[in-house]
Design a protein around this ligand. Sequence first.
Ligand code: CTP
Ligand code: MG
Length: 227
Amino acid sequence: MTYQVILPAAGLGKRMGAGKNKLLLELKGIPVLIHTLKVFEEDEACKGIILAIHPQDEADFIALLAKYSVTKVINLVPGGEERQHSIYNALKTVNSDGIILVHDAARPFIQKEQIHRLTEAAEKTGAAIIAVPAKDTMKKVQDGVVVETVERSSLWAVQTPQAFRISLLQEAYEKADKDHFLGTDDSSLVERLKHPVAIVEGNYDNIKLTTPEDLFFAEAILEKRKR
Ligand code: CTP
Ligand code: MG
């Protein structure tokens, strides 16, 4: 099962507080962006990468693609104000046939085996997302007070990649654009079409680098994988 992947990489990394895009930070001497790109470079099922980038990062990113001999980036598109806008810009450049993945460039630890389970599920149902069962007890809170303890067994923490039939994701993005709907992931746009979205159980180590302490977890994950 072949696929193309959109990598939104056009954020500012404000919560990381590094003073630059967090994707340029290095883990074991290699930029986060390259760690993520390498997963798809090395997966023979990946037929093309569309990278959404912030104009201020363009020169740095292009230099890195050359330095690390990245060959599968078929398109660089400008990012938008929000993640969803960046992905929409990328989605407009792909044809309607086949499967598309959307994967945060800030999640460098996704593994090929999970990607393949995900694309198989998306091929069957049209839409599939990687998620893990919630570990913590979850409560609904309002004004600093607990309203309710939510039944944990039905709660999943959602990650990326998320995989879709391209025509379905394009329809979902067009509708969201028309309705001015802003979701926190891609699946939520597809859910608005009442299309079923399959869950594929992933790994807890597929973390998104968001705040500075995530860099310590990331080094530890890389260390563990070396052994
Ligand atoms: N992203 C994007 N376009 C935006 C915002 C985010 O392409 N307008 C990308 C980021 O580069 C990242 C992914 O979406 O790979 C997930 O976003 P997030 O973790 O929130 O990264 P940032 O937006 O960079 O971080 P922050 O919210 O802390 O500024
Ligand atoms: Mg953000």
